[in-house]
Design a protein around this ligand. Structure first.
Ligand code: VGL
Ligand code: ZN
Length: 234
């Protein structure tokens, strides 16, 4: 038993917050850290910069030392991707459009396959990461989630990869909290993984209140909201 470990539920701003003693979580062989889209495009200077997105890099580098299993993801779009405003005449970034699978937010061109912008952040240092999963490569379908594309039918294969390896607990972090991190975490929980989102190892875009909405949805579904200090370093 972990002496001194505490788990308390507190009524936060409309949803329960979980607070753990420092280092109370010890990742085991059934745990994986999923590092979402820590790429040049999503940090200041990139094509779809997340405010303070670069601040997650040292936090994630430290965190990764506590995990045997680490998987990285890369947003990896075609030049004419359906999620780009530039693909739809008359549309501007951050407007929405109805596509075959539902409402799609339109973004500036970002993370185009093979570009410097789409590369992993140069300061991300996780040599023991075991897999890099690319997503969003079908021109007509976006994929915020690392597990399932936006049509909610096409699987990326990541769930199968993890399940075949006996992994049942996913610790999700990266960019952006309210899009790719949240969608990955929601699918993860829905696919039967015990799911945690590491808040201070993530940063959000916050488009029209999307950050608060994402936390509300995630916690309502049973995703645990934790901090990097909750995890024991390896
Ligand atoms: C993302 C918007 C578009 C993300 C990816 O990584 O959160 N957001 N593509
Ligand atoms: Zn994208």
């Amino acid at each position: 038993l972990l002496r001194g470990a505490t788990l308390s539920l507190v009524a936060g701003a409309g949803w329960p917050l979980t607070s753990l003693a420092t280092g109370a979580i010890k990742p085991d062989a059934a745990s994986a850290l999923i590092v979402v889209d820590v790429q040049n495009c999503f940090v200041p200077g990139g094509t779809l910069p997340v405010d303070k997105g670069d601040e997650v890099v040292p936090v994630i580098n430290r965190l990764a030392k506590g995990f045997k299993n680490v998987v990285l993801t890369q947003d990896w779009h075609t030049e004419d991707h359906a999620s780009f405003a530039s693909t739809h005449p008359g549309k501007k970034p951050f407007e929405t459009i109805d596509l075959s699978y539902g409402t799609q937010v339109l973004w500036p061109d970002h993370c185009v396959q093979g570009t410097k912008d789409a590369e992993l952040h140069p300061a991300l240092s996780i040599p023991h990461a075991q897999a890099i999963i690319r997503k969003g490569f079908h021109a007509q379908v976006d994929s915020y989630s690392a597990l399932q594309e936006a049509d909610r039918k096409t699987l990326t294969g990541l769930a199968g990869y993890l399940k075949e390896r006996g992994i049942s607990k996913l610790y999700v972090c990266g960019l952006a909290t309210d899009f790719c991190v949240a969608w990955t975490a929601l699918d993860s929980q829905g696919m039967g993984f015990q799911t945690f989102v590491i808040e201070d190892a993530s940063r959000g875009i916050d488009l029209n209140g999307s950050l608060a909405a994402a936390w509300k949805q995630m916690t309502a579904k049973g995703v645990k909201r934790i901090q990097s200090a909750d995890i024991a370093l390896g």
